[in-house]
Design a protein around this ligand. Sequence first.
Ligand SMILES: Nc1ncnc2c1ncn2[C@@H]1O[C@H](COP(=O)(O)OP(=O)(O)O)[C@@H](O)[C@H]1O
Ligand SMILES: [Mg+2]
Length: 378
Amino acid sequence: MTTTENSSAPAGSFVSEVSSASLIVTCGPGGVGKTTTAAALGVAAARAGRRVVVVTVDPARRLADALGLDAGAASDAPHRVTGLPGIDTDEATGELWALMLDAASTFDRLVHEQTANQKQAEAILENPVYRAISGSLSGAQEYMAIERLHQLYTSGEWDLVIVDTPPSRHAIDLLEAPDRLIGFLSHPVYRTLTVGQRAFAKVTNAAASMFLWAVRRLAGPQIVEDTVEFFRSLANIEPGLRKRAGEVSVLLRSDAATFVVVSSPRAEAIGEAEHLIGALRDGDFPFAGVVINLIHPMPDPLTPADRAALADIGEGPLADHLSWHDELTDLAVSEREELAVLADLAEDVSVVELPLLAVDVHDVAGLVGLADQLVGGN
Ligand SMILES: Nc1ncnc2c1ncn2[C@@H]1O[C@H](COP(=O)(O)OP(=O)(O)O)[C@@H](O)[C@H]1O
Ligand SMILES: [Mg+2]
């Protein structure tokens, strides 16, 4: 792995991750390019000859189109990405596949896998409460992103699984998702609702009674029965869910996995990225490095002679252009100060800086350009 001392040193690169990791998780604040980076790392790995699948969570429309992902498609099965230069040849071994995470389908698959028979699975899958919450349960997107990662990883079909992360309020939510699922299964309300065959009327735990009372008030008695039934049938697969959450938690900390933190050079994003790096290190998650994306290019500096010549231009388009040049320079300077803090914090891992491009990354060629920068190509 390459190391950068500071932001002016040559950028580190993700060559070793792309060529040897089995799992890469891109995480970071919202809107900084996590999905784009996940796709670009996938392109780089496929071009390095690997069979790669990228799990995207919320691809921007144009990126989804570029990856051949149809937002309306019912399936979250991997789909082969075509048109990649260098790998669409007979000799090439690399393949890039992509899919869009569908939390509800992933949950369904988990239920099927954990139940003893079809009847048990249907009891859960057809329960209206399950249908209502499986896609929107708080934290479900985070948990299901890593559950999908686990499904793909253990299928043995892929050299590398890359997982993009949901646009959480806090990027750290993803790391805590398995523990939160275990915590939920240990919660007193959940425990009471799933104990033995006790009828709802006999629920004595105060918190659980309150919970059901609130549900009844909001939604009527039928939903209470469905809720109790749902939690009961979930209890059948609880040991399996617990075991799986534990396995996922171990997998994310294993040598097979690695995390890449994506940030922009803006102060709020840098703050969150720093927090996330601390959490990765505290939680013993393997941490490969940082991508600092969307960096404004530094305008060419004006010489004192230029300044002198421009001193008396008065108002007009040229003056506007000059003040815009100065503003952009200030912004570029302050971004470099901000990102130097992050680069210092990550000095023992790869740090790659990516420019803000004039256009969105919306096609395969754009991804190839970013991929080359991520692995230190041209
Ligand atoms: N280096 C870049 N230059 C220009 N646009 C970019 C760059 N990286 C990402 N984008 C664009 O920014 C938007 C957000 O990127 P995305 O990867 O979806 O972010 P996130 O997944 O972190 O929310 C997308 O429209 C994407 O095309
Ligand atoms: Mg995204």
